[in-house]
Design a protein around this ligand. Structure first.
Ligand code: SF4
Length: 757
């Protein structure tokens, strides 16, 4: 079955005329990203020339995907909009809430019990609003989207930061918060600052131990975790053409680690092959007919530096495998230098666990290459020195990996196959070693390795590498092992070297037919009541946030001045807290508990100016909220990087935080805060961060004249009575200012819907 074929067919039928219209208006060569973005401008808006990185544009994406942890809050918000169905095809994927512990069968059974009320809520809401529902065990959102929904030239948003995975099939796919999803679900234009575009030309060809993963590991090091912010990364060149479609998806997936809005590849033969292999030959045929619209114009490729905002070239023939980490995905080390780095930095050498799979790296190509390493190791009488686990990306992939003998090979070296779900990638992992503070090293093929991300242990050094390198290192048990140059001692005491991995892009016997775990919605056929258990601790209906009262914010106590990296994992932790994603009051108990307090270097211990004692962040925020003052949060650079988690924005709003003032924001988090009605501000002079003291009261003035591009003023009153004043910037445009005034973007949707009824 091809999902939503009519929508895809209609898109391609109109593409020619849309591109013609864009060309008439813009009169210049176009990059691929521009072609796709301009052909998805919200229908009520005219195509116009825009300044990349400056102008905001309303878009109308073709579809929305949501994972179970974020879908709860998005649907709870959508329920407040009062609509009958979603405005565009939408899907929900049950992948994040499954705890990895005892293997796929037992873990799925236990997830069915533990998450019963959430799954019932999502399933019933999907029926009511005509949303495709992928049951627990069906697979991870991005793998399912790639296998079923993505199409070249399309545009989608997803309530997960690795939504860009679909760029491997030539789609502009952007990770957003639930509030953005609600805009699209409700048929409103979805606003985005028109991204800048980074062009990356790939030349040469991968060989040996190098893989697509190493391309993005290298690029993460080049761009760092914020170098892609506000940009689309567009790949092209003969090196790009030589990559499999799923290899491209891996690169696009992990492009999120650079902060990029999304990443995309030109339409090429690898996409045709993948679409056909996954039962969508008709889509491939339509894309082929429109091939000239599914790549940048020739002039762009002839002089890329002229047309892209930033231009990079990478020769794949010279690329060696990388290992990134620990604690950040942009600390990129070529494998030839890893030993030196490990010794120099005293990173723990012994690797306790190697983990492969996740949405990033569980294609047939990935699994077959990792399996070839295991097969070779077994033939050379080697055993794995580290624990080894596999998270298949979907039931489809798990089934063919089983059928083709790969999973059996992994089991032979003690590998454990977890459910087709996120598991250890998002902290949903109960490790066999229960010491949660032990200093140890793990290596995985996922995309993120922030502190506590995988197992909640702050002392776990997590490294990221390709599945084949993870497998080789798990066999050796040593972080310093380089399979290209080093040997291992086998059961006979002989030194042997691993052969280079081999794999196939696509399964030679096809994907086969499988009970994929899809539930077709029964919209319009009764049974449409949304189920929320009475007294639920997991789900709670929302109430609208209050409108702004028209006054400046005066005498706000400082809640916390966060020091250093403050990702959405620090702001709203995953792991244990995932279970409260549908209950704003309960999940708000994790607000900023991972952030480091500038004044004492501790987490979750801040001065409560009302009591004079050190208390937790959520408790102190509630005290300020209930006293009527509200509070303000300060932070450093790239505040809110990481997951698209809107809870990180709803929690401060719920807890009475009026403003967040930082050196810079990560894009998604800033938009999320704006949508929830929290004022987002940046220091004009970053050194003003140093002026903020622990007992400060903060005034934010100039709000009566709040307008685009006009700075606001901050006045600090220190505990000794002295005052300091400085200007702060904001990035609000006029319509975002309306969100602030209305109390949230959703308040505007609800009001306009009421008017239309
Ligand atoms: S990045 Fe990890 S947590 Fe996110 S969708 Fe992929 S597997 Fe799941």
């Amino acid at each position: 079955m091809i999902f939503d074929f009519e929508m895809i067919d209609s898109f391609y039928r109109q593409l020619d005329s849309r591109i013609l219209e864009i060309r008439k208006k813009l009169k210049r060569p176009l990059t691929l990203s521009e072609k796709i973005l301009f052909s998805h401008v919200y229908p009520q808006n005219q195509t116009r020339s825009v300044s990349r990185g400056i102008d905001y544009v309303d878009f109308m994406p073709d579809r929305v995907a949501m994972q179970d942890a974020t879908a709860q809050m998005a649907i709870l918000q959508f329920m407040m909009a009062g609509k009958e169905t979603t405005a565009v095809p939408t899907s929900v994927h049950c992948d994040h809430l499954i705890l990895a512990h005892s293997g796929a069968v037992a873990d799925l059974k236990s997830a069915g019990i533990v998450n019963k009320e959430v799954y019932e809520f999502l399933s019933s809401a999907c029926n009511k609003y005509d949303i495709g529902f992928w049951k627990p065990g069906a697979g991870i959102i991005h793998q399912i989207v790639l296998e079923n929904y993505a199409f070249p030239g399309g545009m989608m948003i997803g309530t997960d930061s690795h939504t860009p995975n679909a760029g491997g099939l030539g789609m502009i796919a952007i990770g957003v918060g639930g509030a953005d999803a609600v805009d699209v679900l409700a048929g409103m234009g979805w606003e985005l600052k028109f991204p800048k575009i980074i062009g990356i030309k790939l030349t040469g060809k991968l060989s040996g131990w190098s893989s697509a993963k190493d391309i993005i590991l290298k690029i993460s090091g080049l761009l760092t975790v914020k170098g892609g912010t506000g940009n689309i990364i567009e790949y092209f060149g003969e090196g790009a053409e030589s990559l499999s479609c799923t290899g491209k998806a891996t690169i696009c997936n992990m492009g999120a680690e650079t902060g990029a809005t999304c990443s995309i590849f030109d339409f090429d033969n690898s996409m045709t092959e993948y679409l056909s292999a996954t039962g969508r030959k008709e889509v491939a045929d339509l894309a082929l007919k429109n091939k000239n619209h599914l790549s940048a114009d020739g002039e762009v490729y002839a002089d890329p530096a002229k047309y892209y905002d930033q231009y990079i070239e990478i020769n794949l023939s010279e690329l060696e495998p990388y290992i990134n980490g620990p604690y950040t995905p942009d600390l990129a080390t070529p494998i030839s230098q890893m030993k030196n780095e490990v010794l120099k930095n005293k990173w723990p050498i012994e690797v306790e666990v190697g983990l492969i799979g996740s949405c990033t790296n569980s294609s047939y190509e990935d699994i077959s290459r990792a399996a070839s390493v295991v097969k070779d190791a077994l033939s050379k009488k080697l055993v794995a020195k580290s624990e080894f686990t596999i998270n298949p990306g979907s039931e489809q992939i798990r089934l063919i990996a089983e059928r083709d003998g790969f999973l059996e090979l992994f089991r032979k070296i003690g590998g454990e196959v977890f459910a087709n779900a996120c598991g250890p990638c998002i902290g949903q992992w109960t490790r066999k070693d229960s010491d949660n503070n032990k200093i140890n090293t793990i290596i995985h093929s996922f995309n993120r390795n922030f502190a506590k991300r995988n197992d909640a242990n702050p002392n776990t050094y997590a490294f990221v590498a390709s599945p084949e390198i993870v497998t080789a290192i798990a066999l050796s048990g040593q972080l310093t092992f380089n399979p290209i140059t080093d040997t291992l001692i086998n059961a006979d005491g002989k030194a042997v070297q691993l052969s280079e991995p081999e794999g196939l892009n696509l399964p030679p016997d096809g994907f086969g037919s499988v009970d994929s775990g899809y539930q077709k919605p029964v919209h319009g056929q009764n049974g449409e009541e949304i189920i929320i258990a009475t007294g639920s601790e997991r789900l709670q209906l929302l109430s609208p946030f209050k409108e702004w009262d028209g006054e400046d914010f005066l005498s706000l106590p400082l809640l916390i001045k966060a020091k250093g990296k403050c990702t959405t994992d620090h702001i709203s932790m995953a792991g244990f807290w995932l279970k409260y994603r549908g209950h704003l009051e309960n999940i708000s108990e994790n607000y900023m508990i991972g952030a480091v307090n500038y004044f004492n270097d501790k987490t979750n211990s801040i001065l409560n100016q009302l009591s004079g004692s050190y208390e937790t962040v959520p408790r102190t925020a509630r005290a300020y909220r209930d006293s009527g003052s509200g509070s303000i949060v300060a932070g450093e650079e790239n505040f809110g990087e990481g997951s698209s988690r809107e809870h990180a924005a709803m929690e401060p709003r719920y807890l009475g935080v009026k403003a967040v003032l930082v050196k810079s924001f990560a894009r998604i988090h800033e938009t999320n805060l704006k949508k929830q009605g929290v004022l987002t501000l940046t220091f004009q002079n970053e050194d003003d961060y140093n002026k903020i003291e622990e007992s400060d009261k903060v005034d934010i003035t100039g709000l009566s004249g709040f307008s685009a591009g006009k700075p606001l003023t901050i006045s600090l009153t220190h505990s000794n009575g002295t005052k300091e004043k400085f200007q702060v910037n904001h990035s609000y445009n006029e319509s975002q200012i309306e969100w602030f005034k209305a109390g949230s973007a959703l308040n505007i949707i609800r009001k306009s819907n009421k008017k239309n009824v």
